[in-house]
Structure formats: structure tokens, C-alpha cells
Design a protein around this ligand. Structure first.
Ligand SMILES: *[C@@H]1O[C@H](CO)[C@@H](O)[C@H](O)[C@H]1NC(C)=O
Ligand SMILES: *[C@@H]1O[C@H](CO)[C@@H](O)[C@H](O)[C@H]1NC(C)=O
Ligand SMILES: *[C@@H]1O[C@H](CO)[C@@H](O)[C@H](O)[C@H]1NC(C)=O
Length: 413
């Protein structure tokens, strides 16, 4: 039955990966796009338009509501922050009505809260929403970001030629590096190439980017989350080995707390994103998020699965009749036995929980000294269980049960 027990081969395969000292664990923070889109109507919708005020308010809430203390640190602008034209010297200008204090002042504000500041641009003639792209101004823009004390750059790929991206994303990465200011570099390089039918060169992508998008933009629906989960499961042999400290696959933002996901579905997104070692970028209105969704986002045990220092992207190890099991090797490791985070998800729509029974051995947990098993949402500690132990979990429709099995050491006996 459990045919997909996986082996960790060549864990430390030679990787000439980007080493700018950043994103040693997947970046965590807040990003405007999924929730606030390209709302530029500050006259009629001042509280929700893309403006310096929105980012200041979110930065404040990251700190006062406890998000910063569990690791969310980046406050990232997405598209629609620019004027439609560069200035006469060819420099980027923020929209003067919506960002009246300028980008450096916003960057300083965010830094003064102990947070980090991210910005958005596009390797093309225009951003996706039609604002000036970086082509022809790559060096100027890299220097401008450094001058603004930017910590994180997301570079989109609209209005660009996908076969030109191997050159373009590489070159911009070099310009960022040469500024001397370390900036996380988030690339949309592979996704546009995949759309164009080009097989991305992931070894080149890992060499130049800290994270990259592989698949569609997330939308505010369970169907969208399911599509992304399927993409990462179906393509895991190609994708998962590319992740590691400093270089991550990015399945896109967390939509937890918005309109489209139920409580169960939100728990499932958080569990699977942590198994995937995904960047945890919330795109939600932190002013109005309901407490039960906030609690999911603040779950320290699940965050520490995502942020595990080994940086191994987990995999789907079982899929049958709407039931899936996902597994991620995590620390501690004793005598080559990993600990594991396990997510049991139920994609069935019959309205009653489904039981899943499985032995630890069938899940690949084969250390005869056993594993300390706990439920990461329910805070139940099952004590030490052994490979032959059969565990039974009850998973709600579109929900998840998430367990951690911490490998035991001979010395404890
Ligand atoms: C970008 O603009 C230049 C100059 O107008 C043009 O030659 C080029 O084809 C454009 N590129 C794309 C991908 O549209
Ligand atoms: C630039 O690249 C070098 C070589 O990979 C690296 O050691 C350095 O930290 C990078 N600097 C910045 C600012 O990214
Ligand atoms: C992929 O990029 C690397 C440079 O990072 C290069 O050495 C290699 O030849 C490229 N592979 C292909 C198939 O183009």
C-alpha cells in the first residue's frame, strides 16, 4: 500500500547555490498582492489602497499582534507602487500621491519597527500591472534598491521574453550583489519559462536566486490551494531537490484569514506549506483577521517545521482515493535516522472525517529506538512510539492532522 516511502539520496549534492548569507530558512513575512491587489483608489478606499499607510499599518500589526515574535519579519510591497514613468534621470519613482514620504522613508519606518523591507519589480518592459519594468535600467535599479535599504526584491516576469530570462535574471542578480547591500532575491524565472514550454535550468536558478516561483499565482479559493498542492506533489522529483538553505521553491502566499478558505482548509494550507519548506508570506488584512486564523499563523510548532535548519523540502508519500500523506525530514537526526513532520490530508468531500491507519514503519520511520510523537495542531503528546506501532488519525474533510515524530537516541535507554 505504501509504495512511496522515500529515500533521501544525495542530500548534499554539489550545489553552486547563491550564498549571500540570506534566507538560510524560508523567508517569513507579509506581502500585499493576493489580498490587496492593484487597488490604487486611495480617494475612495484609503484604508485598502496600495499606499505607504497600508504598509506602515501592517508593519505595526506584525509587531503588536505577535507575528514578528514568531518569525514574520519582511514587509513586502508588490506591484502598483510606481509612477507610470521614470524621472528625467531614468530613476524609478514611487507614486507621489500614495507614497508621499517616498520609499526610503517607508523603508526606515519598517526598519524602525525591527522588521525588514521588500519591494517588487519586473524583468521586462513593464510590471504585470503596466508600470515601468527594469529592462534597460538594471544597474540603476539595483543601485536604487540598495540606496533605499531594501532587504528583499521580488522580480516578476511579465512583458519579458522567457528565453531571455537565463541571461536577464542572472545579470540582475549580479547587479544586486555588486551594490554590496545583501538583498533576498525572489525570481519568477522558472514559472514563465514553464508557461512558455522551456525546461528551466534549476542549477542556474539556484545559483542566482534565493527563492523562485514554479507555478500559478495563488487565488482566494480552496481550488487554487489544491491545484498548487497537486503541482508540488506531481512534480516533486524535479522540484523538491532544488530546495535548501539559501534557495527555496515558492508555492506563493498564504491566504489564511481571507474569504476563500474554511478553518480546516486554512490549517491544511499551513501544514502543507511548512512540509514544502515554503516561504511563509501572509497576504491577509491583519486588522480584521479572525482569531482562529491568526492562531494558525502563529502556530510555533508548525512554523518550526517550515523553518527547520536542515531545509529539506518534504514530499507526498501516499495518495489514494482523496487521502494523502506528506512527509518532511527534520532535525534532530541521530545515527542517520531523521525526525519527521507528517501531514495527513483528506481531500474527500463526503462530510464525515476519514480514518487513516498506518504503522510508523510504513511511513518510513524505522528507527527501532522509536520516535516521540506529538500532534502539532492539537498539542497531544503520544509519547514514544515504535516502527511497528500502528497509528490511527481521523482527518476532517479538506482538513489535516499534523504529527511530528522526533527520532530517539540510543543514549536515552
Ligand atoms: C521591450 O521594448 C523594446 C523597445 O520598445 C522592444 O524592442 C522589445 O521587443 C520589448 N520586449 C518585449 C518582450 O515586449
Ligand atoms: C556577493 O556574492 C559573493 C559570492 O557569492 C558573496 O560572498 C557575497 O556575500 C555577496 N554579497 C552580497 C551583498 O550579496
Ligand atoms: C545550466 O546552467 C549552468 C550554469 O549555472 C550551466 O553550466 C549549464 O550548462 C546549464 N545547463 C543547460 C542544460 O543549459
Amino acid at each position: 500500500m505504501y509504495r512511496y516511502i522515500f529515500l533521501i539520496g544525495a542530500l548534499n549534492a554539489i550545489c553552486h547555490c547563491l550564498e549571500n548569507g540570506l534566507a538560510r530558512t524560508p523567508p517569513m513575512g507579509w506581502l500585499s498582492w493576493e489580498r490587496f491587489r492593484c487597488n490604487t483608489d486611495c480617494a475612495n478606499d484609503p484604508d485598502n489602497c496600495i499606499s505607504e499607510r497600508l504598509f506602515q499599518v501592517m508593519a505595526d500589526l506584525l509587531v503588536t499582534e505577535g507575528y514578528a515574535s514568531v518569525g514574520y519579519e519582511y514587509v513586502n510591497i508588490d506591484d502598483c507602487w510606481l509612477e507610470r514613468r521614470r524621472d528625467i534621470d531614468g530613476k524609478l519613482l514611487a507614486d507621489h500621491k500614495r507614497f508621499p514620504s517616498g520609499i526610503k522613508a517607508l523603508s526606515d519606518y519598517i526598519h524602525s519597527r525591527g522588521l525588514k523591507f521588500g519591494i517588487y519589480e519586473d524583468y521586462g518592459n513593464f510590471t504585470c500591472a503596466g508600470y515601468p519594468g527594469i529592462i534597460g535600467y538594471e544597474e540603476t535599479d539595483a543601485l536604487q534598491f540598495a540606496e533605499w535599504d531594501v532587504d528583499y526584491v521580488k522580480l516578476d516576469g511579465c512583458y519579458a521574453l522567457p528565453y531571455d530570462m537565463d541571461r536577464g535574471y542572472t545579470q540582475f542578480g549580479r547587479f544586486l550583489n555588486r551594490t554590496g547591500k545583501a538583498m533576498v532575491y525572489s525570481c519568477s524565472w522558472p514559472v514563465y519559462q514553464i508557461y512558455a514550454g522551456i525546461q528551466p535550468n534549476f542549477s542556474a536558478i539556484q545559483t542566482h536566486c534565493n527563492l523562485w516561483r514554479n507555478f500559478d499565482d495563488i487565488q482566494d479559493s480552496w481550488a487554487s490551494v489544491e491545484n498548487i498542492i497537486d503541482y508540488y506533489g506531481n512534480n516533486q522529483d524535479l522540484i523538491a531537490p532544488n530546495a535548501g538553505p539559501g534557495h527555496w521553491n515558492d508555492p506563493d502566499m498564504l491566504i489564511i484569514g481571507n474569504f476563500g478558505l474554511s478553518y480546516e482548509q486554512a490549517k491544511t494550507q499551513f501544514a502543507i506549506w511548512s512540509i514544502l519548506a515554503a516561504p511563509l508570506l501572509m497576504s491577509v488584512d491583519l486588522r480584521t483577521i479572525r482569531p482562529e486564523f491568526k492562531e494558525i499563523l502563529l502556530n510555533r510548532k508548525i512554523i518550526s517545521v517550515d523553518q527547520d535548519p536542515l531545509g529539506i523540502q518534504g514530499r507526498r508519500i501516499y495518495k489514494h482515493k482523496g487521502i494523502e500523506i506528506w512527509s518532511k525530514p527534520i532535525s534532530p537526526v541521530y545515527q542517520n535516522f531523521y525526525s519527521y513532520a507528517l501531514a495527513f490530508i483528506n481531500r474527500r468531500t463526503d462530510g464525515t472525517p476519514s480514518d487513516i491507519s498506518v504503522t510508523l514503519r510504513e511511513l518510513g520511520l524505522i528507527n527501532n529506538y522509536g520516535y516521540r510523537v506529538e500532534d502539532l495542531y492539537e498539542n497531544i503528546n503520544y509519547g514514544i512510539l515504535f516502527p511497528k506501532t500502528k497509528i490511527k488519525v481521523k482527518v476532517n474533510p479538506s482538513g489535516v492532522v499534523m504529527l511530528k515524530g522526533e527520532t530517539q537516541n540510543i543514549n536515552q535507554f
